[in-house]
Design a protein around this ligand. Structure first.
Ligand code: NAD
Length: 443
């Protein structure tokens, strides 16, 4: 099939590459000329395991192209995927300006029937707005061309995006059109061989499914963080509690890790947007509000723990920081807990020496050169002259540590672990003060 993808970010790039990899002909279009130039030079603008080789192979085979030429791109594909950003507006609702701009562009250049597919995460009712925009723009052109709009939300995770796209549990399509159903079956047939993954439903249910999924996952995290904070004050260990409840198949072990709060480009904005959707229709979504406020508080916990460990005097201290990305296997730092921590440390006069296997470049892009931030290339270089160590991201390389060496290198033996990576007994036996999340500490 001939497929056009608007937006070459995490979702657009992975979607386009994976669809090309199974044999479709794909054009990816983006307004960011620099990004497209880099892609055309064979550079990959994001870190996503396995993506570089897959892009190279499909570009070389002629099945995957990158362009800024929207007209050419619209004319190319029968399927027009919209995979542009939907950031939070001032009131927390999803800002649809990029999505509607793409709808306008498609209608401006289309010369024949197209299926327009919302892959971006968009609030219930967006397909109607996309349809209206297409209709109005076509009318203004005096063109009478048929089209369909459907919802096909994306569930991939950064860091495992290719695997998730190719082997995801479900492919949701919201439509009431038989023509769309047929086209989407054809598009996704290579992923639908082993068992039926395509779930067809009405458009509004498909749009809500994406928000419900992210809100449920965010709820699990905030729930565990709430219990962890209780455990801390009650002298219990959340890790025992986690195993205890996870063993119940009704609860399960997945996604019940306590930590320093969720970040990334999706959970914070999607929980907010769903809450705002509820507000807009006069419904008080109490649980969603609580999920968000628990998370905001949790993101301040690492700083509070450090601050207490140093009796409120962090001025002039050097803090070693492991992990900048909001989670492992990505370079994405959007709403990452590390940012909240670093900014609080800088406000109190401390310096940060940080290491992240992939996100140093992104960190430099966000914060620029500053005296109180040193980014190093090796994990243990962060420890030189550091007063304490804080762990923000559970990259594999942080999991096996020589604690005796850590004790000898740090100026004071303080370790704050936002991901509960270690056995507290082992860390303490090495003579370190260990402050984790919900592990019987009062700090
Ligand atoms: P992103 O910011 O990485 O990429 C968006 C891209 O769209 C940018 O390259 C931007 O230049 C481009 N763009 C903006 N306007 C354009 C236009 N008019 N024409 C062509 N390109 C344009 O965003 P992302 O992380 O890929 O997210 C895209 C959508 O998918 C969002 O709605 C997000 O919520 C959703 N989503 C993201 C993830 C994730 O893990 N990142 C997962 C599932 C769903």
């Amino acid at each position: 099939m001939r497929i056009t993808i608007f937006g070459s970010g995490y979702v657009g790039l992975v979607t386009g590459t994976c669809l090309a990899d199974v044999g479709h002909d794909v054009v990816c279009v983006d307004v960011d000329a620099d990004k497209i130039a880099r892609l055309n030079r064979g550079e990959i603008p994001i870190y996503e395991p396995g993506l570089d080789a897959m892009i190279a192979e499909n570009r070389d085979a002629g099945r995957l192209r990158f362009t800024t030429d929207a007209e050419e791109a619209v004319r190319f594909g029968k399927l027009q995927f919209i995979a542009v950003g939907t950031p939070s507006d001032e009131d927390g609702s999803a800002d649809l300006k990029y999505v509607l701009k793409v709808a306008e562009t498609i209608a401006q250049y289309m010369g024949e029937y197209k299926v327009v597919i919302d892959k971006s995460t968009v609030p219930v009712g967006t397909a109607d707005k996309v349809r209206d925009t297409l209709r109005r723009t076509l009318e203004a052109r005096g063109a009478d061309i048929d089209f369909d709009v459907c919802s096909n939300p994306e569930f991939l995770k950064e860091g495992a995006a290719i695997e998730d796209f190719s082997k995801g549990a479900r492919i949701i399509v919201g439509t009431d059109s038989e023509a769309v159903r047929k086209a989407m079956r054809e598009c996704y047939a290579p992923y639908n061989r082993n068992h039926e993954k395509l779930m067809f439903m009405d458009v509004r249910s498909a749009e809500l499914t994406k928000y419900a999924a992210n809100a449920m996952l965010a709820t699990k995290i905030s729930f565990m963080n709430e219990i962890a904070n209780l455990a801390e004050r009650l002298g219990a260990d959340i890790e025992h509690v986690r195993h205890g409840i996870g063993s119940d198949p009704r609860i399960g072990y997945h996604f019940i890790y306590p930590g320093c709060g969720y970040g990334g480009s999706c959970f914070p904005k999607d929980v907010k947007a769903l809450a705002q959707t509820a507000t807009n229709i006069g419904y008080d979504a109490q649980l969603l509000g609580a999920v968000e406020s628990v998370n905001l508080r949790q993101k301040t916990r690492l700083f509070e723990k450090l601050n207490q460990a140093f009796d409120g005097d962090l001025k002039g201290k050097t803090i070693a920081l492991w992990g900048l990305a909001f989670k492992p296997n990505t370079d994405d730092m959007r709403e990452a807990p590390s940012r909240e921590l670093m900014e609080a440390l800088w406000d109190s006069g401390a310096r940060v020496q940080a290491f992240d296997p992939e996100a140093a470049g992104e960190c430099r892009r966000i914060y620029g050169e500053r005296d109180d931030l040193v980014l190093v290339d090796r994990r243990d270089d962060t420890l030189e002259g550091a007063d304490a160590l804080v762990i923000c991201t559970e990259w594999k390389i942080f999991r096996a540590i020589d604690f005796d060496n850590l004790r000898q290198t740090l100026r004071t033996p303080v370790v704050v672990d936002g991901r509960n990576l270690f056995d507290p007994e082992i860390v303490k036996d090495a003579g370190l003060l260990y402050y984790a999340i919900g592990r019987g500490e009062s700090l």
